[in-house]
Ligand binder design. Sequence first.
Ligand SMILES: Cc1cc2nc3c(=O)[nH]c(=O)nc-3n(C[C@H](O)[C@H](O)[C@H](O)COP(=O)(O)OP(=O)(O)OC[C@H]3O[C@@H](n4cnc5c(N)ncnc54)[C@H](O)[C@@H]3O)c2cc1C
Length: 371
Amino acid sequence: MIDTLIIGGGAAGLYASSLLPDAAILEANSSCGRKLLLTGGGRCNYTHSSSVTDLLEHYHGSLPFIRKVLYSHTPADIIQRMENLGVFPEDENGKIFPRSGRAEDVLNALLQHNPKIIHGKALSITKEEDGFTVETEKAAIRAGRILLASGGNAYPHTGSDGSGYHLAKCLGHSVTPPRPALAAIALEPSLKDAEGVSIEAELKKGKKAVLGMAVITKRGISGPASEDFSYLLSGKEEITIRFADPDMKALRKEKGAMLLKNALPLPPRLVQALLGSIAENRIGNISKKEEQYIYERLSGCHFNAYPIPASAMSTAGGIKTAEINPETMESKLVPGLYFAGDIIDVDADCGGYSLTWAFATAFIAAKALRR
Ligand SMILES: Cc1cc2nc3c(=O)[nH]c(=O)nc-3n(C[C@H](O)[C@H](O)[C@H](O)COP(=O)(O)OP(=O)(O)OC[C@H]3O[C@@H](n4cnc5c(N)ncnc54)[C@H](O)[C@@H]3O)c2cc1C
């Protein structure tokens, strides 16, 4: 019988295993950390240098739970832990990367203690009196305790295909339905004539707003604003986008002879995509009614929007935090079952926050499992 079986050799599973010499990892792929290698464009933005108070703004989920986790293993602790493993930090406006600029070095550092890795996919978990039995295609594995770190369902070709949700459900856990996060957004109608334009924009749904850079695509928008906003959309929903708050009176006074598309502080192709033929009018010739229309289109343009699943880098939803003890990451329903990483119902903005979550939850679970 294995003392602790970690299901999933991704960021969270590997971080935990580096602290648990007696644990074994069960990994569905032929190699560990496939998603980790893709992070930060291959450079791995593994945490963020801000204080925990500032960090909290970038997470979505149960705030008391998130706070407890992030204060238990802070970004400073992660940086220190990585240094102990031989990875030194490079700070780029708060985003922490390995100085070498290679995600591979983070992966190798986490693997350097040669964890015992069993290759196979967990198909089911059964709770027994003295532990668990995990069925794979090839064998049944007996383990005293389980750390379920099988990720969410974003980028399923890296191995995190959402099968962990099924395993947890079979043990009685409830799962907030997973939905795409850190994703590009499709807009209806699209602004495809402005494809390639990069612009600061504010995306709004009800009272929630995200301000950031957006890149107009054929189908909608991508870039930081879209990534940080996408978790708010569960299916197709109405949103507004603010591109500018033009002072029409001042424009009429100062730039009356100019074409509207050249007078606004926006790329002309975007003005055309938003306003059609009005963009070709001289400002002095624009009627009061058109002025109102222009203001509304630029400062609060309505779209139907939905996240594009294939572009999602993370998952919102997952195992309900009310069923997990944040002091230990142990299930409140099934003693001996622990969780870490993306599988939990918490997601975060772009900027090293997701890996911070994976590492912090893994640390807490490992600490409890070592006792
Ligand atoms: C392109 C991209 C770029 C990103 N960049 C960043 C970044 O720079 N900074 C940042 O903070 N976050 C980034 N993220 C998010 C980050 O990668 C994830 O938050 C993190 O990998 C989650 O770690 P995890 O261990 O929970 O899950 P994963 O890393 O997804 O690992 C889960 C592992 O479990 C295995 N598994 C799944 N099901 C089973 C099963 N049934 N049996 C056995 N094994 C199983 C999978 O094969 C996988 O190896 C990025 C994501 C993507 C897709």
